[in-house]
Design a protein around this ligand. Structure first.
Ligand code: CP
Length: 308
């Protein structure tokens, strides 16, 4: 296996190799051991300054990156669009160039426009890490989801992974699909026809509109929320109806002949796509996903810093 990444930026799982993914996983496993020690900090990024630029809301990703940076001893600056000069009409490039003139080495960016991190990577010298760009990709989420699956069910070669919900508006779905396929898993998406992109089978995924059959097929189910904030028209009649046909609840899971591992990237809408008795059950590894997020982000930051 290679000891460095094939890329200077993490713009999407589409642009990295299987070897990159396995290197990130091996490095994350070492950092997971570090963050479970009494002294959780290492000096690896002591001379590195990282800007966290969040042009969209976030809880998990933002806190997770900030923690990962602190655990690696990096210097960090945090930027939130809501409290910045973006509100006065400044362009993305001007905003970022101003921040970079303060000698920033790496940029972690969440932005509502698909392709915004790639645009930046073509114009500035810092390492760019995509923390979610519109409906395009959320690569560190794809990595931490796949890593959590490997931890739970072992190597993903030939494993059956189901992604349930609003596939159409989800950047997590696309990053999951690319990551899981690169690791040899078979992927199925399930949801109402209006929330599944028409040509998604061209990516080599199976498509189902029958949740019970899809759950019978899979080893692991990653359940996504309905992204109402990205829907300018109604894609489903009501959340109640969505929940009736596509909500994962204990009654449904009890009807299966197997125990499926349950995941959710968050934020969860309890009672809509997942019931509380499933989210909080022993079948669920939702909080392990969050824990693994810090180790995965430490690995990504550490390995990309080595490409500077
Ligand atoms: N999973 C995820 O991206 O969550 P946040 O939007 O809270 O960062």
């Amino acid at each position: 296996m290679e000891s460095t990444l094939s890329t200077k930026h993490l713009l999407g799982i589409k642009y990295i190799t299987e070897s990159d993914i396995r290197l990130i996983f091996d490095t994350a496993t070492q950092f997971k051991e570090v963050i479970n020690r009494p002294i959780k900090k290492v000096p690896s990024l002591r001379d590195v300054t990282i800007a966290n630029l969040f042009f969209e809301n976030s809880t998990r990703t933002r806190i997770s990156f900030e923690l990962a940076e602190k655990r690696l001893s990096a210097d960090t600056v945090n930027f939130s669009a809501a409290a910045s000069s973006v509100k006065k009409g400044e362009t993305l490039l001007d905003t970022v160039n101003n921040i970079l003139s303060m000698k920033v080495d790496m940029v972690v960016m969440r932005h509502p426009a698909p392709g915004a991190p790639m645009f930046l990577s073509n114009h500035i010298d810092a390492n760019i890490i995509n923390a979610g760009d519109g409906t395009h990709e959320h690569p560190t989420q794809g990595l931490l989801d796949a890593y959590s699956m490997v931890e739970k069910v072992g190597d993903l070669q030939g494993k059956h992974i189901l992604i349930v919900g609003d596939i159409k508006h989800s950047r997590v779905a696309l990053s999951n699909i690319f990551c899981l396929q690169k690791l040899g898993a078979k992927v199925m998406v399930c949801g109402p026809p209006t929330l599944i992109p028409k040509h998604i089978s061209n990516l080599g995924v199976l498509v189902s509109h029958d949740l019970k059959k899809a759950l019978e097929w899979c080893d692991v189910a990653n359940i996504l929320r309905i992204q109402l904030e990205r829907q300018d028209i109604k894609f489903i009649p009501s959340l109640r109806e969505y929940s009736k046909f596509y909500g994962v609840n204990k009654t449904l899971l009890n009807q299966l002949n197997k125990e499926v591992v349950i995941m959710h990237p968050g934020p969860m809408n309890r009672g809509v796509e997942i019931s509380s008795d499933v989210a909080d059950s022993d079948q669920s590894i939702i909080l392990q996903q969050v824990e693994n997020g810090v180790a995965i982000r430490m690995a990504v930051l550490y390995l990309l810093a080595g490409k500077r």
